[in-house]
Design a protein around this ligand. Structure first.
Ligand code: NAP
Length: 281
């Protein structure tokens, strides 16, 4: 698939993977619509990668506003559902509102946006839906019960959607499962009380560069891959283990859960460990 001349709408384009995708798609000749909540940050990305890109800020969970936002976006060849928020808290401590925010942002918002695009794409017999899930959407890892629930759900939605629209309407559906990528994801992640963590963590700091992640995503979409795993080392190994030897994976992760619980019992903040032990946003 060529991206030249395609109109591509990227959510979460003000930061991290979304901003890197904007740069990569612009270089490949796409015409961009950039979304996120922060108009200024979106404008800065547009100024850098494609000054005449459309900037369309919106809050992903403002359900009432979404139909108007979709109308403003106009005809779109590819929707990239990338906006998301992570978590760093043990289930035993986490307030219900945290689950609501994460599931609404990471699962219901991409579903609803996709639903609003589908009738037009089906009528035109063309279009492409991309969803940025995570390695944490394949395996359930510590400190991320809400995030894993949402990201697993997104994989389920996209796989089921593909079955319904790929051959029937010629609509492509691509699911992306990144491992750790060096972005603001850990700093923006929610703690047990719903506040932002405010600082990065060792997994993310040791992660892949966003530009490398974006290049891999574009190459995968261009090659027609339906599921793109963008992970290396322990994270790629663990993603494979989820199917090849789940019992071994559950044991590894439960050991890490026991370490975190012991930290909690001592009154400390349960801190993510080194890369490969907590496994992926
Ligand atoms: N980095 C990783 O290691 C990693 C690994 C696997 C998957 N992912 C996934 O990759 C995606 C991008 O994350 P990132 O790593 O680039 O993190 P990031 O730097 O924190 O960027 C998150 C983006 O999502 C947008 N966003 C968050 N909440 C929103 C809301 N309620 N409404 C509208 N936009 C919202 C933010 O825009 P505003 O702040 O302007 O609203 C921002 O552009 C997420 O879905 C994340 O779960 C990341």
């Amino acid at each position: 698939m060529s991206f030249a001349g395609k109109r591509i709408w990227i959510t979460g384009a003000s930061s991290g993977i979304g901003a890197a995708l904007a740069e990569a798609f612009a270089a490949a000749g796409a015409r961009l619509v950039l979304s996120g909540r922060r108009r200024e940050a979106l404008g800065a990305v547009a100024a850098r990668v494609q000054p005449d890109a459309a900037v369309l800020p919106f809050e992903a969970t403002d359900w009432a506003a979404l139909p108007g936002v979709v109308a403003q976006a106009g005809a779109i060849d590819m929707l990239v559902n990338n906006a998301g928020i992570s978590q760093r808290s043990l289930a035993v401590d986490t307030r219900p509102e945290v689950y609501r925010t994460i599931v609404e942002t990471d699962l219901l918002a991409p579903i609803w946006l996709t639903q609003l695009m589908l009738p037009g794409m089906a009528a035109r017999r063309s279009g492409h839906i991309v969803g940025i899930s995570s390695v944490a959407g394949r395996l359930g890892t510590v400190l991320r019960t809400g995030y894993c629930a949402a990201k697993h759900g997104l994989i389920g939605y996209l796989d089921a959607l593909r079955a319904e629209v790929e051959q029937a309407y010629g609509i492509g559906v691509t699911t992306v499962l990144p491992g750790s990528v060096r972005t603001q994801v850990a700093a923006n992640a929610l703690l047990a009380d719903g506040s932002a963590r405010g600082e990065s963590d060792p997994n993310i700091e040791a992660g892949m560069a966003p530009s490398a992640c974006a290049q891999r995503i574009l190459a995968g979409i261009a090659a027609g891959e339906r599921e793109i795993i963008v992970a290396e080392g322990a994270e790629a190994f663990a993603a494979g283990l989820r199917f090849s030897d789940p019992e071994r994976l559950f044991d590894m992760l439960a050991k890490e859960g026991a370490r975190l619980a012991a930290e909690r019992e001592k009154g400390g903040r349960p801190e993510p460990a080194d890369i490969g032990r907590t496994l992926a946003d």
